[in-house]
Design a protein around this ligand. Structure first.
Ligand code: NAP
Length: 472
């Protein structure tokens, strides 16, 4: 972040910024604003849930504590006296976008991509076919998904998609429960996983192994985490078209997949005794999900790859069909951003159109994270994304495009916003309230050596934050 002094708005009062959404993009935006010294700022971070951190709490898999450790960076931001957390406040319900724009000099939307991409095939909504967002939210104790337990009473689960979310879901479904029991996975998920009768989880990609969106660490850890070999068909991972031009990341992934394929061929076979088998399959697109009243099988089209003049590799239906029995289908084909009332929206990409973070056609409104660029990249990608947005915002200040507007201009900022919000949402959760939740969860995890035991209902979270007697 450039530290150069810029023309601050006309008064010495700090620039007041509301950031909407407290996931990685929200915290990195707040952090980048507070770290720079050219423009005095105050940041209020609004969050629909009672807890901060977005996907770091509710998306990152519970068996990936190292990825979650990034939350300590967010805690540093939250400790800044120019920062406030306003949790359990929904924009569009408790407060409107217009009110925020009227009260703050700047509003930055970092709301992520809360929708799911659809397959658009018959049978997609049969009972037993569920979006990965439900399963991830469920095992991570997100209050909105606590009752979305997938039915694990069958034999085979098919996970559609070849990205990291597909691997997360497959790995959690295959992992020994005693391993998961040491994590912060929701207790309700542990109970269901303990009773699971699944024997096999098959992850299916529509293109080839070289086009899969897995990152190497996530692919490599599978046998160690699940305690079982990973079944890969050697024929599917042999020499790939244009292999000499593939990136190092993809070549590393191919080497891992070939190692799995070789082990699958060995005398020991793919499944270790008592463990669930995980299989990775490629070049298959689901064309129909069938069953009488619930999922029984998935019809896949067998694909071949076609490379266009720009080098883009697409899957082309060969006309051949394959029917795979399935008791559960998890659709892990990506997230999708949702529109925000009053802001422009690009339906196809699921983003708010913007120029380096400045919302198209808007004056004092910005975006960062998945709602700015689409649901791609790892947690850290959002840092770069937020830094770019903040640089745009500061450049706008420097060019005089962001003078304090009447009604905001640092008139509030301390105190008044809080009483305004409490009128709208008596169960407002502030940073102090979140610290009570955090302490309570960590304390209940401690006896079992777990990082925390999550509170998974809004009632329990709010009661803890407000130090009320727990409602049952
Ligand atoms: P993703 O990486 O975009 O993967 C989506 C997968 O779904 C792709 O394989 C895609 O295939 C496939 N797909 C899309 N439409 C399909 C269709 N109609 N039929 C069949 N397959 C279809 O999305 P994601 O897995 O949801 O992950 C989102 C982001 O979060 C990614 O950037 C990911 O790396 C990140 N993430 C990271 C971690 C981690 O670092 N541990 C964990 C979870 C998520 P095509 O390529 O052919 O479109």
């Amino acid at each position: 972040m450039a530290d150069d002094a810029v023309n601050t708005p006309s008064t010495a009062a700090p620039l007041t910024v509301a950031v909407i959404g407290s996931g990685p993009a929200g915290f990195y935006t707040a952090g980048a604003l507070l770290e720079q010294s050219g423009v005095p700022v105050r940041v209020d971070l609004y969050e629909r849930l009672a807890t901060p951190w977005g996907l770091v709490r509710a998306g990152v898999a519970p068996d990936h504590p190292k990825i979650k450790a990034v939350a300590s960076v967010y805690a540093v931001t939250a400790a800044d006296e120019r920062f406030r957390f306003f949790g359990n406040v929904e924009v569009g319900r408790h407060v409107s976008r217009e009110e925020l724009v009227a009260r703050y000099d700047v509003v930055v939307y970092t709301v992520g991509a809360q929708g799911e991409r659809r397959l658009g095939i018959p049978g997609e909504d049969l009972p037993g076919s569920v979006p990965a967002v439900d399963v991830v939210g469920w095992y991570n104790g997100h209050p909105d998904f606590a009752d979305r337990a997938p039915d694990l009473s069958g034999r085979r689960a098919v996970v559609i998609g070849a990205g990291n979310v597909a691997l997360d879901v497959a790995r959690i479904l295959c992992s020994p429960v005693e391993r998961l029991a040491a994590t912060d996975i929701a207790d309700h998920a542990l109970d269901v996983l303990r009773a699971s009768t699944l024997e096999e989880v098959v992850v299916v990609g529509r293109r080839g192994p070289a086009q899969a969106a897995f990152t190497t660490a996530e692919l490599r850890e599978l046998p160690e985490f699940t305690g079982s070999a990973v079944d890969v068909d050697p024929a599917e991972v042999e020499a790939q078209p244009g292999e000499e031009k593939l990136s190092r990341l993809i070549l590393r992934n191919l080497a891992i997949l070939r190692g799995y394929a070789a082990a699958s061929q060995s005398a020991a076979g793919p499944a270790s005794a008592g463990r669930r088998r995980m299989a990775l399959r490629f070049l298959r697109s689901p064309v129909e999900i069938r069953g009488e009243g619930r999922v029984a099988e998935v019809v896949f089209a067998r694909n071949r790859l076609e490379v266009d003049a720009e080098g883009w590799v697409s899957a082309v239906d060969t006309g051949e069909r394959e029917v795979v029995e399935a008791d559960l289908v998890v659709r892990a084909v990506g997230y999708k951003g949702l529109p925000l009332v009053g802001l422009p929206f690009d339906e196809r990409r699921g983003i708010i159109p913007n120029d380096a973070g400045r919302v198209a056609g808007a004056d004092r409104e910005y975006v960062a994270g998945w709602i700015k660029r689409g649901p791609t990249g790892i947690i850290g990608t959002n840092r770069k994304c937020a830094v770019e947005t903040v640089a745009t915002l500061l450049a706008d200040v420097a060019e005089g495009r962001l003078a304090h507007h009447p009604g905001a201009g640092g008139v509030d900022p301390v105190g008044e916003a809080e009483s305004w919000l409490r009128e709208r949402q008596p169960d407002l959760v502030t940073e102090a309230g979140w610290r009570l939740i955090d302490a309570a969860e960590r304390a209940s995890g401690e006896p079992a050596g777990r990082p925390r035991v999550k509170l998974t209902t809004l009632g329990a979270l709010v009661d803890t934050a407000l130090n009320r007697t727990l409602t049952v």
